[in-house]
Write a protein that binds this ligand. Structure first.
Ligand code: AKG
Ligand code: FE2
Length: 248
């Protein structure tokens, strides 16, 4: 299967993709959903940056927020223009369309996504809360991208001094209707702390090549979506090596 980014750039920023009126309508729909379904704060300690946010996951979106699934299909067309016609919505619905809600003081740790292409759509403007992205920075082991070896490689490249010498970071501020498309599994990214008094609200839409499978799903989903789960003592973006299996 060819990479969806053959000949495409790793990062595309489209200002004003969605009108302020449509953003407001989506914010209203999110607020109405929350009034009925309180969202727990998910906190995963970490250095140099933690994960501290609230999320409406793809299953909740599917059941209660159909307007977001319509938008997911609209964005798919734009994603295909930039990353090729082979790209499809994620088969794993819980991670397909998410609403991220980052409160003041909240942030999102450094990571690569499991999937090939990720779209971020900001619904409001806040102070702080920039998405910081090193486009195409990863040295990828391809189908072994959840392996312990990939984890070690990513760890070296993520180290501050290495990042500063070898990486070129883009900092993208949340702005109403701004759409960001990136190679999610190749671009190291994180969200800086929200500094103002407003909550940052954006959509995260994920796409992949047909038939892609992600071994890390079992540990990653509860880590990202279930507040009650204990934080594991391994990084759920990678599949831990199970003694005796020789693999991972
Ligand atoms: O909200 C953002 O700017 C990035 C969120 C993100 O990286 C994710 O949900 O995987
Ligand atoms: Fe991400």
């Amino acid at each position: 299967m060819p990479s969806p980014t053959a000949n495409a750039r790793d990062l595309v920023v489209l200002d004003g993709y969605l009108s302020a009126a449509r953003c407001d309508a989506l914010l209203d729909a999110v607020a109405a959903y929350r009034a009925e379904h309180p969202l727990p704060l998910i906190e995963r300690p970490g250095t140099p940056r933690a994960l501290r946010y609230r999320v409406i996951d793809g299953e909740q979106v599917h059941a209660h927020l159909p307007a977001l699934e319509d938008l997911y299909r609209e964005v798919l067309a734009i994603v295909r223009e930039h990353f090729g016609a082979a790209v499809v919505p994620l088969r794993h619905r819980v991670a397909g369309v998410n609403v991220n809600l980052v409160p003041p003081g909240g942030e999102y740790r450094w990571h690569y996504d499991r999937n090939a292409v990720t779209a971020l759509l900001y619904l409001n403007r806040v102070d702080g809360g920039e998405t910081e992205i090193y486009p195409g920075y990863r040295v990828s082991l391809g189908r072994w991208q959840a392996s312990p070896l990939q984890q070690r490689l990513d760890g070296v490249l993520q180290w501050g001094p290495v990042r500063r010498v070898f990486g070129r970071m883009r900092s993208i501020a949340p702005a109403v209707g701004r759409l960001v498309l990136m190679r999610g599994d190749r671009s190291l990214h994180a969200v800086r702390a929200v500094t103002g008094s407003d909550e940052r609200i954006n959509l995260v839409m994920t796409f992949d090549v047909p038939g892609a499978r992600h071994l890390q799903e079992r540990a990653l989903d509860p880590y990202l979506y279930a507040a009650s789960t204990d934080t594991p003592d391994f990084d759920p973006n990678y599949t831990p090596k199970v003694p005796g299996t020789g693999g991972g």
